[in-house]
Design a protein around this ligand. Structure first.
Ligand code: HEM
Length: 442
């Protein structure tokens, strides 16, 4: 920070590093509660700034986006996602986003809807009345199978558990690994490093197998894998196997993990609020009766949409975004030096009473009217904003609503008493002990 004396500044670099690595969510909530909208602090050698006001987030993500890079050197996710769309910068990012965009156009999304509903319908048939399940891994396996089928025309259901475990290993390793100096840890033969390596090798092998199979079978199947295998760089050469791998793995990860979490948190909230569950069920019965939902039903499922919107407010899976200043930047009244690392928290903003009255309450009907003008209009940010806004937002809404209606049409979930449910801020916002529920057939 340059030339300001009023910014809330928190100094306890050593202890903070410990607190941050132990409980990221608790740590940033504490900073916001204690210091407010803009908090400068240090984690070890790194200068950091926590932002959680809508106007500031809008400045960084939209108005001044050119002044920022997404990550930082040595960022752990670059180790396993490489130069895929989540991590790439500048011209490479623009070119790859342009290449992949058509797979997410409205007409293309509509073709994915049937797979989403059929997979969810198959799942609901496999359940028994009175079963106890942890919805978190169940939703991960479902959305993973849907992403693989729609984006890569691949059937991975048999491997879904192993893939899910490998991804969890990488994500659990990531918060620690993204701490300052952590890249050096890679060279230390700790058991945790070996686990990370194994998980990474497993996923790499899987992705290269899918690419090789597609090369052999060939043909334009109109899915993302065909687009990548058939794509050319500016000089007319095909994408390198590494680049295809990075994009495919990025989409497989980004395309299922967050949606699974959004659904898991929605089941948790519905189980906690039977009156909301009943209102949603009434809408499903009116619109669909006993038949399965299609994409044409989505505009009528307005209450269900509000439920999902509100769940994404309370538990935004992408709860913390990161940016690094490429140059000196001014945000609000403050100037920051080049290299400053910014943490932007949709979670903190979504829980701020200035923008969402009674922020801790689950009130889907708060979305019946569009948000008022003023800062509140940028206060809801589950999919980010600006040129790096989520590419799969339309996909996620469609999948979320179709899966929610298909499963809720047949099953009600009750929380298993005595088992705590607690948000855990890893790279994404996960339920620390899962979402254990008991199923009751409607
Ligand atoms: C509820 C589900 C989802 C949530 C909450 C979510 C959230 C986000 C957020 C916040 C970002 C921006 C991160 C940043 O700016 O730092 C993002 C980026 C991205 N998301 Fe999603 N996402 C979801 C589902 C999906 C799906 C289903 C796909 C693909 C099928 C997807 C693919 C991507 C990609 C490729 C990016 C990188 C875009 C870029 O940098 O150009 N996401 N997502």
């Amino acid at each position: 920070m340059i030339g300001s004396t009023v910014i809330a500044s928190h100094r306890n670099a050593g202890l903070d590093l410990l607190a941050f690595s132990r409980d990221r969510l608790g740590f940033v909530c504490h900073l916001k509660r204690t210091y407010g909208d803009v908090v400068a602090f240090r984690l070890g050698p790194e200068r950091m700034v926590l932002l959680s006001h809508p106007e500031h987030m809008h400045e960084v993500l939209v108005r001044q986006h050119r002044a920022f890079l997404k990550g930082r050197r040595g960022d752990v996710s670059k180790q396993f996602l490489g130069q895929g769309l989540l991590n790439s910068e500048g011209a490479l990012h623009q070119r790859q986003r342009h290449l992949l965009q058509p797979a997410f156009h409205r007409q293309r999304l509509a073709q994915y809807a049937t797979v989403m509903t059929i997979f969810a319908a198959r799942l609901r048939q496999s359940w028994q009345d009175g079963d106890t399940l942890d919805m978190a891994p169940v939703m991960m396996q479902l959305t993973l199978a849907i992403a693989a089928k729609t984006l890569f025309d691949a059937d991975v259901e048999a491997e879904a558990i192993a893939i899910g475990q490998a991804i969890t290993t990488l994500l659990q390793g990531s918060p620690r690994m993204s701490l300052p100096l952590a890249p050096l840890l890679r060279f230390v033969p700790l058991p945790s490093q070996r686990r990370l390596r194994r998980a990474q090798d497993y996923l790499d092998t899987l992705i290269y197998r899918l690419i090789d199979e597609r090369r052999v079978t060939g043909g334009e199947r109109g899915d993302v894998l065909s687009m990548l295998v058939g794509a050319q760089t500016e000089d007319g050469s095909p994408l390198s196997p590494r680049q295809i791998h990075d994009e495919a793995l990025t989409l497989l990860l980004a395309g299922h993990e967050t949606t699974a979490l959004a659904l898991s948190w929605t089941w948790y909230l519905l189980a906690h609020h039977p009156e909301v569950d009943a209102a949603m069920q009434a809408e499903i019965q009116t619109v669909l009766g006993e038949r399965l939902p299609t994409v044409a039903d989505l505009p009528q499922l307005q209450y269900t949409r509000m439920v999902f919107t509100e769940a994404l407010r309370l538990y935004p899976p992408a709860w913390l975004m990161t940016r690094r200043a490429r140059q000196e930047v001014t945000i609000g009244d403050y100037r920051f030096a080049p290299g400053t690392f910014f943490l932007l928290s949709p979670y903190l903003m979504h829980h701020d009473a200035r923008f969402f009255p009674e922020p801790e309450a689950f009130v889907p009907t708060r979305w019946a009217a569009p948000p008022e003008a003023g800062p509140a209009r940028h206060a809801y940010l589950p999919f980010g904003g600006g040129p790096r806004q989520c590419l799969g937002e339309g996909f996620a809404w469609m999948e979320g609503l179709l899966v929610l209606t298909t499963l809720a049409q047949m099953w009600r979930m009750a929380l298993v008493p005595g088992l705590p449910v607690e948000p855990w801020g890893l790279v994404t916002l996960r339920p620390r002990q899962g979402i254990p529920v008991r199923l009751a057939r409607r």
